[in-house]
Design a protein around this ligand. Structure first.
Ligand code: FRU
Length: 484
């Protein structure tokens, strides 16, 4: 029987999922309230959209192994952003224009049709890269039909040209693409179209040696461009930034520029770059706007080439996860990220302890122990040089009042020794911490700073301890188990 390549790839992927699903499910580090792949490797969030009342989130996926390769688009849907349903595979790398991967892209609603714009990654026999921007569409949001290539590589850029993010503005379609110029400078490039099929180049939005930005990386991945308040935001993942103090500590980094986009020239007149998340694992986020008018973001809780082979979940045939959905709010020229309200649906067994005084003797409160939970701390008085919170004997959160530094410390996946990520913080008022079996997300002062990381504690360990190096801290503590 003649079987087409697309059906054959999907069959192989489904067979692999069926073969390994139980092994994944038996992993003690399987996540409880974070999205993870059914089997294999998950990376970037793609095609995030609320369409006909339902949220859809697609993801870069290698079903066959826990390494990168010819990516599929996996698919989850949800009516509340909390309970997700696994859907059929949306895209498989089956055609001449996407045979080495249906790489990242986005989704739009075109008059009731769900359309995906994505990058077809192609490598020839000698390993040379080709890139095609492609269109696929669906009438039911589940079955996708590929329409083929809609944009080829323009002059002036290398084949590192990918990750289209499309939106509508004043009755026209716009698309921003992550790129590398022929001089090997990172770029975000703007295009426009009337029909999503014929695209016209407008120009560079921003990049290395553009708009006053000097050396700022050799390739910009996964750009996203949207308005927040009265500003335009370019969210992007530049590759090739050097560590600068506490900034850019990961192998690759993600952050944003705030400015005003000139839709005629494509230029974003922007300010400085700010890292969006200060933790160990965060990359390639994608946003969407929902019918409540919220600008929502989901990030990949992973970083390319950053100790990926050291994750213990590999033994159970899966790797990586998504962050929780967050709402973005612009306040005083800074993006705040807040966990979406819907997550409160997961809260069970509330514990509230008011008027606690943390002193120099380590405080352990058994009621606050848990394995998957949300913890909130409201600080009313911080009269110590160092506040220290330790979770499951594997994560330490500290606030150094004198240096005004917040630190997340975890055990390194490769050396087994402690390692840190830090940020400057002038005052600590509130902590909101989401602890999953093998992930942590820390929201400081209502999302002024956020730290995301994978953690791999002993699963039986539910310990929490609090301590002031000297003096004291007065606060209230609130905890909920997060259970599905
Ligand atoms: C970012 C990225 C994208 C690319 C995709 C491939 O993590 O490298 O630029 O489209 O992953 O999986």
């Amino acid at each position: 029987m003649l079987v087409d390549r697309n059906s054959e790839l999907i069959r192989q992927a489904e067979e692999t999922v069926a073969a390994y699903r139980d092994i994944v499910n038996q992993d003690k580090y399987r996540l409880h309230f974070h999205l993870m792949p059914p089997v294999g490797l998950l990376n970037d969030p793609n095609g995030f959209i609320q369409w006909k009342g339902k949220y859809h989130l697609f993801y870069q996926w290698n079903p066959f192994k826990t390494g990168h390769g010819a990516k599929f688009w996996g698919h989850y849907s949800s009516s509340n952003l909390v309970d997700w349903q696994e859907e059929k595979i949306a895209l498989a790398p089956s055609e001449w224009f996407d045979k080495n991967g249906c790489y990242s892209g986005s989704a739009v609603d075109d008059g009731g049709v769900l359309k995906l714009l994505y990058t077809g990654n192609v490598k020839d026999g000698a390993g040379n890269r080709e890139t095609y921007q492609c269109l696929a569409e669906s009438l039911n949001g589940i079955d996708f039909h590929k329409k083929g290539v809609v944009l080829r590589l323009p002059e002036g850029y290398t084949a590192h040209f990918r990750d289209p993010k499309v939106w509508e503005h004043d009755g026209k379609w716009f698309m921003v693409i992550g790129a590398q110029s022929e001089k090997l400078e990172g770029r975000a490039v703007l295009f426009t179209s009337n029909n999503l099929e014929e695209w016209t180049l407008i120009g560079d939005v921003a990049g290395t040696n553009k708009n006053g930005l000097e050396n700022f990386g050799y390739m910009w991945e996964c750009p996203d461009l949207f308005s927040l308040g009265d500003k335009d935001i370019l969210l992007v993942s530049p590759q090739g930034l050097k560590c600068e103090g506490m900034q850019f500590q990961n192998v690759y980094n993600t952050g944003y520029f705030i400015g005003k986009l000139d839709y005629k020239t494509g230029t974003l007149d922007h300010g400085d770059f700010t890292e969006l998340d200060r933790g160990f694992e965060f990359y390639a986020p994608q946003t969407t706007i929902d019918t409540k008018g919220r600008r929502l973001v989901i990030g990949w809780m992973g970083v390319p080439e950053q100790e990926e082979d050291k994750h213990p979940t590999i033994a159970h045939h899966w790797i990586h996860a998504m962050t929780l959905p967050r709402e973005l709010v612009l306040k005083n020229g800074h993006i705040y990220q807040q966990p979406i309200k819907e997550l409160q649906e997961l809260r069970k067994n509330e514990v509230l302890i008011e008027g606690i005084k943390i002193e120099t003797e380590e405080l352990q409160i058994s009621q606050l122990e848990g394995s998957t939970y949300e913890l909130q701390m409201h600080v009313t008085e911080l009269e110590t040089s160092l506040l220290e919170i330790s979770l499951k004997d594997s994560v330490r959160l500290t606030y150094n009042r004198k240096d005004q530094v917040f630190t997340l410390e975890r055990i390194s996946l490769s050396t087994g020794k402690p390692e840190v990520r830090q940020c400057q913080l002038s005052k600590l008022n509130k902590l909101q911490v989401f602890v999953d079996t093998s992930a942590i997300e820390i929201f400081i002062n209502d999302g002024q700073e956020v730290f995301t990381a994978r953690i791999f504690p002993e699963v039986e360990n539910k310990k929490i301890s609090l301590k002031a190096a000297d003096g004291h801290v007065k606060c209230s503590l609130q905890k909920w188990d997060l259970i599905k």
